[in-house]
Design a protein around this ligand. Structure first.
Ligand SMILES: Nc1ncnc2c1ncn2[C@@H]1O[C@H](COP(=O)(O)OP(=O)(O)OP(=O)(O)O)[C@@H](O)[C@H]1O
Length: 475
């Protein structure tokens, strides 16, 4: 045992068990079983209860290499002679497991019982609540009863009573929460409240972006993120339509990309497969959506955007900590729009008919589609993807969707990809779908502008966790 290690022993279910703690991991050896080594990040609680001489340790581990995380709670009976060592061990484990992280977080939890295939409550009760309770979090749980409840709760949330807001839902409820915060008495302070998803909707893009493709649908990984993750500042968008401003945090879609979401509501029973079905249906029709797109571009060079992403990934979490706001700043209103609706200076009108327009932040918009692979949480820009119907065939576009889950569409010459400060859409025809963060909005003229670093999510990685490579690159 080195200076950096602490150990103790106890009996778990009558079996002698050895615990060894290093600065990186906890190792547990039960009787003759193989040692279990748990990274400290996955250790969520350790305590010693002198009255019953009980050492309690809780962590989450993957039982199979590619399996989901599962909660392990060890209650070890400690011999009298080992009481002091067990007590020190518990204290040190708790300290090391929460280095730089606030333990026992106070959580406001919103559950949409009807999100996705309607299993949100059951999943929360069985898999999420036990983990959060084992970590000593305090839970204030509300089941939303209708559309709009999450907005109202966020709008009047007593901000000092909670460390984070947890949304047991899909991406739609988070849209409501952020808009509730934007209309709070102290909107800036409200938007600094860290928000984290437990993925139980049909669209769970936010969870995929924060946790990555392997863990994005793992509700225990999402719980661990809530317990151990750090606040990460993110840009959001000001979406103005008919003089009304709404906050969008993820995506705006028109044409094929809106049809596959809003045009497949009747196929909810399919879970997120309905998006794939909608995509194929739309690609076969290959119908242009009649809109005029214009934007204020910041960058169009795909290689440069890719290189910026890679250098940001190298810096990792150092960049992501939210700046602390002063009291005066926190009581300010939301920032005003900087770009007026009639501004045309440095604006470009996109000249081609569009199969779809997709704009947003966060690489994944669904499990099967990394739409914005070079998106960054806080570059102050919005990524815009425009697929024209000229100079490309239906077969080419269908073929290019083969690599959509890995963001490979990005490299196709026929796909226009750019980063912009703002953009504007004017529908030419009357009929169509417009999806804002997966929610239906009127198919009417609108403008979108970036509001830098206004909202806060809880993140384990300090940026999005979406693996994206150059074509042919070694993995
Ligand atoms: N009890 C409820 N009954 C009906 N709708 C609700 C309820 N609670 C919330 N909603 C609404 O359900 C919508 C979708 O929420 P959620 O984020 O959970 O799922 P989603 O993945 O975005 O969409 P989906 O409904 O396709 O699963 C939101 O607009 C929200 O306002």
């Amino acid at each position: 045992m080195s200076d950096q290690e602490v150990d103790t022993e106890a009996k778990v279910s009558g079996k002698p068990t050895k615990y060894c703690l290093s600065s990186a991991a906890l190792t547990v050896a039960f009787g003759n079983h193989k040692n279990q080594t748990v990274p400290l990040h996955n250790v969520i609680a350790a305590s010693y209860h002198s009255d019953a001489r009980l050492l309690k340790v809780a962590y989450v581990i993957r039982r199979k290499k590619k399996g989901h995380l599962a909660l392990v709670q060890l209650d070890g009976q400690v011999e009298e002679a080992k009481a002091e060592s067990a007590s020190n061990f518990a204290k040190t484990t708790q300290e090391w497991a929460y280095k730089g992280i606030k333990p026992n977080r106070r959580l406001k939890i919103l559950i949409n019982p009807h999100g996705g295939v309607g299993k949100g409550v059951a999943i929360f009760n069985k898999h999420v609540e036990p983990v959060l309770r084992a970590a000593g979090c305090s839970l204030d749980i509300v089941h939303t009863k209708k559309h709009g409840d999450a907005y109202d709760i966020a709008k009047s949330l007593p901000l000092d009573d909670f460390d984070a807001l947890v949304s047991v839902s899909g991406d739609g409820l988070v849209h409501e929460v952020l808009n509730g915060f934007a209309n709070h008495e102290y909107p800036r302070k409200a938007l600094r409240m860290p928000v984290a998803p437990i993925p139980t909707g049909s669209g769970n893009g936010l969870s995929l972006n924060l946790l990555g493709p392997d863990d994005g649908f793992d509700v225990v990984a999402a719980s661990l993120n809530i317990i151990k993750g750090s606040p990460m500042s993110v840009d959001v968008f000001s979406f103005t339509q008919n003089g009304k401003r709404t906050i969008s945090y993820m995506s705006q879609a028109l044409g094929l990309m809106a049809d596959l979401d809003l045009g497949t509501e009747d196929l909810r029973w399919m879970g997120d497969s309905r998006f794939v079905y909608g995509l194929l249906r739309g690609l076969i029709k290959f119908k242009a959506c009649d809109i005029q797109l214009s934007y204020k571009a910041a960058e169009k060079d795909k290689k440069k955007m890719f290189d910026t992403l890679k250098s940001r990934q190298k810096i990792g979490s150092q960049n992501s900590q939210p700046p602390t706001a002063s009291m005066e700043e926190e009581s300010l209103a939301l920032p005003e729009s900087k770009i007026s609706l009639d501004d045309t200076e440095e604006w470009t009108i996109f000249p081609e008919p569009l199969l779809f327009l997709y704009a947003g932040k966060g690489p994944y918009v669904g499990r099967d589609f990394m739409a914005f692979p070079v998106s960054l949480p806080d570059d102050g820009l919005i990524d815009i993807v425009a697929q024209s119907t000229t100079n490309t065939s239906r077969t080419d576009v269908i073929a290019s969707f083969g690599g959509a889950a890995k963001g490979e569409l990005y490299w196709k010459d026929s796909l226009h990809y750019l980063k912009a400060h703002a953009y504007r859409v004017k529908p030419v025809l009357k009929k169509g779908f417009l999806s804002i963060d997966g929610e239906a909005y009127p198919f009417e003229e609108f403008q979108v502008e970036v509001l830098p670093k206004l909202a806060t999510f809880i993140s384990t990685y300090g940026s999005y966790n979406a693996p994206f490579h150059e074509p042919g690159a070694k993995r």
